[in-house]
Design a protein around this ligand. Structure first.
Ligand code: HEC
Length: 136
């Protein structure tokens, strides 16, 4: 009897541990809270291969921030950042805050604060720029 309940408990614990790690449960929970966003594929784990990407700040990254971020993240420094400077984008990337914010991860404010989540390709560009050494 004791043995059986021990096994039962371990199975339950294992199940609980696995289910809390499931990325799909996170994305469901998030998208229901933000019905304005069309989807939240970003919260799910996605495979990212940056090896063929040759990204530079001026060509690839600056326009993204100018379109989506610098109307708030300028001299007024909303959230502490002025994203007209690549140096501040780099700081926010290194701290983990920037990717946390654009991926709408738990514990980060969801950015852009005024609209839909960036599309997956845009987020991958930012992440790959970071992964490949943040070239100017
Ligand atoms: C409409 C205004 C607005 C826009 C647009 C906007 N932000 Fe923000 N952002 C804010 C505000 C306000 C805060 C502070 C919110 C807070 O701390 O809860 C903030 C905070 C942040 C932070 C700090 C997060 C942290 O953990 O404290 C980051 C990183 C960030 N924004 C990135 C971005 C990026 C990247 C974009 C563009 C994709 C963007 N934001 C677009 C208003 C904006």
């Amino acid at each position: 009897m004791k043995k059986i309940s021990l096994i039962g408990i371990s199975v339950l614990l294992l199940f609980a541990a696995c289910s809390t790690k499931m990325p799909t449960s996170i994305s469901k929970e998030k998208s229901s809270k933000h019905s304005g966003a069309s989807s939240n594929i970003i919260a799910a784990n996605y495979k990212i291969d940056c090896s063929n990407m040759n990204l530079s700040f001026i060509t690839d990254i600056k326009p993204i921030f100018e379109t989506h971020c610098t109307k708030c993240h300028n001299e007024g420094r909303k959230g502490g950042y002025n994203f007209t400077y690549s140096a501040e984008i780099k700081t926010a990337l290194r701290s983990g805050q920037l990717l946390g914010a654009v991926k709408w991860q738990k514990g980060f404010p969801h950015m852009p604060a005024d609209g839909a989540q960036l599309d997956l390709n845009t987020i991958i560009k930012i992440e790959c720029w970071y992964n490949t050494g943040m070239k100017e």
